[in-house]
Every structure is written in structure tokens, then in C-alpha cells.
Write a protein that binds this ligand. Structure first.
Ligand code: PLP
Length: 400
């Protein structure tokens, strides 16, 4: 008889998603009778100031989603560089779908490039080789991309920081390296407003152009100074991307607890890593580059032995009640990107121009998908729980 496989019996340790400070801020706003800010009202300004301070950029602009901030950023870098993104936006497929479609929204299109070896992030050399007009870098699963290696690109770089709030690379905040940084405040992210987004930039032209995509004419009239944009103060594209005041106020409170939540995640990951080494499991956390501080959206682990039966491994993880988070679907295989009729249905500028990607062109990406286990890490102290997770991870040992 074999011993029963260890499983996780404790519930996933979590703090209340929204604490008393968020509740107090939301209640105060409700009592004020003012939940909609057409200009840079107190709730939006509070969020924007707090983000600019955290990221160390001159400007931060709030949005009602991370997707909206990406659309606006890609639109704005074209204005700032006085060029259109005619040769597409280089990006890795290891991101959320709306970061991919944002390139279409901005009148351009995604050009996929492979991941760097042993990394969840875009390979700078592969990005450069595409000859694209811009690069979109996602700091996937909170692992900071090596932004200094993108600095030599002659084209604008936009960061998708939706997994990496508060992260650092070479001691400099993620979101301050590119022409613009984009953050989602959707509820699953490390800083939540329920829904929301923020764009960070040091470039006044990017800030103002991003504002013209979806902010209210009242705010445009108050802030635009760029002579090329001034005609838009009465009316601009009006996608309506501004953040609800409630979301802004809640996210501002969430930012205040971010450092302590990040520290708890760090401690739990360090403890788990130590136990994995002690038990000698064929598993290793994907390291953050030296001198960096990771963000949190699950922690990726490399499975050191070749995974021959991925479905069986997934079933065993579920059986053991492990806190596994699914990697994103392979968007490149989705009908939206494989059937030009669908792509062209939403983005008519792509008629006759869209070549569906071939998944075989991205071996590092395929390998990362196959050999990665993504675990949720509690953002509150969880000693006994981490022990149980480590014990249950013995299922990653291949039967011999
Ligand atoms: C969540 C997310 C987005 C989109 O953000 P929304 O706020 O949901 O629009 C974009 N990119 C990445 C990498 C994300 O995780």
C-alpha cells in the first residue's frame, strides 16, 4: 500500500480584499454625493499623485481599465514621436489578450516575438529583429523584464506593468523605464479599484496625447498645452476612459498597504523555496533579475523535469488542492487571431493585411508554457500553509 499523497487542507490565507480604510474612503465619497469627476477631481488626483510618487514619474493619468491605458499609451507614443506605428507593435504572447488587441485599437497591429530563454518576458533581440514601430513589454507574473536591454531600441517602448505594481529593476521602478507604463487596477491585480488603470510617463507630450483618447473635454481644456493638441480641447476621440471616483479612491487606499503585502509575499515565497530545496523537489522559482524586486500576480516555478503529461499534472495539482493559477490560454491559437475574417471584423484597417501567427515560431514561449507551474502566494503571513503546499508539491516528482 502506498501512503496517501499529502494534500493542502488549510484554506488559502487571505486578508480582506478591501479593508476598513477602503470602506471609509468609499463611504465618504458616497456621502459627498459626487462619484463622477469630469476634470482632475480629488479622487483622480489622489490616485494619480500617489502613482506618480510610487513610480517616480512626472505624470500619472488615471483610466477606467488597464486596457484603456494601453490603448491610450500606444496612441500617444505615435503623437509624441510624430509617426504612425506602421510596422506594428512587437510583443510577447505571454500577456493578457487585451494587451495584444490594444495594438489594433491604436491603429496598428501586434507582431509577436519570442520570450528570452528561461524567462516569461519578451526577448529584446527578438523584438528588435521584427523591425517594428514600437515595443510593448509585459512584466509577466511580476518578473521584471530586463529594461536596460530595451533602452537601445530606436522605437518607443511601452511597459505593461499590470502584474508588477511596486516592482523595481536595477532599483528603478517598473513603469518608469519606457515612454509610458500601464497598470491595471482590475480586481485580481495587486492594487485594485475594482476596475481601473493608470498610465505613468515623464513625457508631457505622451501625457497630454493619452488624455485626448478618452478623457472629458473639461479636463482637456484645463490641461492641454501642446500646440498640436490644442484644437482637441473642445472635443477629442471620446472613447470615455476616465476612472469612476469610487475606483480611484479605493485603489489609492490599496496602494498604502502594497509594501506590507509585497513583503508578506516575499517571505512566503522565500519560505516555500527553502522547503522545496530541503525536500529536493524538481522545482525552482523563476528568479527575478539581480537587483530587482518582483511584483505579484502569482509566482511562476520552473518544472525541472520534462513534463510529459500536462493534463495529469494539472489534475494532480487540483486533487492536492494546490493554489495553482492557470497560465493564460495561448492567444495566438485563438480564432480571433487565426481567422482573418474575425480580426478584420473588429479592426477594418487590417483588411487584407493580417497574417495569423504560427505558434511553432516561438519555441521559448512553448517551452515556458509546458514547463511552468504558476502558484498563488498569500499576501499575509502563512507559515503552516506554506508547509502544506511544499509537502503537496511532491506530486511534481515523476514516478520512477
Ligand atoms: C489585467 C491585465 C490587462 C488588462 O487590464 P484591465 O484592467 O483588465 O483592462 C492588461 N495586461 C495584463 C498583463 C493584465 O494582466
Amino acid at each position: 500500500m502506498t501512503a496517501a499523497a499529502p494534500m493542502v487542507t488549510m484554506p488559502f490565507p487571505r486578508r480582506p480584499k478591501y479593508g476598513d480604510a477602503e470602506i471609509t474612503a468609499a463611504t465618504a465619497l458616497l456621502r459627498s454625493g459626487s462619484l463622477s469627476e469630469i476634470g482632475r477631481g480629488p479622487a483622480s488626483a489622489g490616485l494619480e499623485d500617489a502613482f506618480a510618487e510610487l513610480i517616480g514619474t512626472t505624470y500619472a493619468l488615471s483610466f477606467n481599465s488597464g486596457t484603456a491605458s494601453l490603448h491610450a499609451a500606444l496612441n500617444a507614443v505615435q503623437h509624441a514621436a510624430s509617426t504612425d506605428l506602421v510596422a506594428g507593435v512587437a510583443m510577447s504572447p505571454m500577456t493578457w489578450i487585451s494587451a495584444i488587441t490594444a495594438a489594433f485599437h491604436a491603429g496598428s497591429y501586434p507582431v509577436f516575438a519570442d520570450l528570452a530563454p528561461h524567462s516569461p518576458n519578451l526577448d529584446p533581440a527578438a523584438a528588435r529583429a521584427t523591425g517594428c514601430s514600437a515595443v510593448l513589454v509585459t512584466h509577466a507574473w511580476g518578473i521584471p523584464a530586463r529594461m536596460d536591454e530595451f533602452a537601445h531600441q530606436s522605437v518607443p517602448v511601452v511597459e505593461d506593468c499590470s502584474h508588477a505594481h511596486g516592482a523595481l529593476y536595477q532599483n528603478r521602478p517598473i513603469g518608469s523605464w519606457g515612454r509610458a507604463g500601464c497598470f491595471s487596477l482590475q480586481e485580481s491585480k495587486a492594487v485594485s479599484g475594482g476596475e481601473g488603470g493608470v498610465l505613468t510617463t515623464d513625457d508631457r507630450a505622451v501625457y497630454e496625447a493619452a488624455m485626448t483618447v478618452g478623457h472629458h473635454p473639461f479636463r482637456l481644456a484645463a490641461e492641454l498645452t501642446d500646440l498640436r493638441l490644442l484644437p482637441l480641447t473642445t472635443a477629442a476621440a471620446s472613447y470615455k476612459y476616465r476612472i469612476p471616483a469610487l475606483s480611484a479612491a479605493i485603489a489609492t487606499e490599496q496602494l498604502k498597504t502594497l509594501p506590507e503585502r509585497m513583503r508578506a509575499c516575499e517571505d512566503n515565497l522565500a519560505h516555500l523555496t527553502h522547503l522545496i530545496r530541503t525536500i529536493d523537489l524538481p522545482l525552482q522559482p523563476v528568479p527575478a533579475p539581480e537587483g530587482s524586486l518582483r511584483g505579484w500576480y502569482g509566482a511562476p516555478f520552473t518544472l525541472l523535469e520534462p513534463v510529459t503529461a500536462p493534463a495529469a499534472l494539472a489534475a494532480a495539482c487540483k486533487q492536492a488542492n494546490l493554489p495553482v493559477r492557470a497560465l493564460y490560454p495561448d492567444w495566438m491559437s485563438a480564432p480571433l487571431l487565426q481567422q482573418p475574417a474575425l480580426t478584420e471584423r473588429y479592426w477594418p484597417h487590417m483588411r487584407g493585411r493580417w497574417n495569423p501567427p504560427d505558434v511553432r515560431d516561438f519555441p521559448n514561449y512553448q517551452n515556458f508554457r509546458k514547463q511552468t507551474l504558476l502558484l498563488k502566494i498569500p499576501d499575509t503571513p502563512a507559515p503552516g500553509y506554506v508547509e502544506q503546499v511544499a509537502a503537496a508539491l511532491t506530486i511534481t516528482r515523476q514516478p520512477s
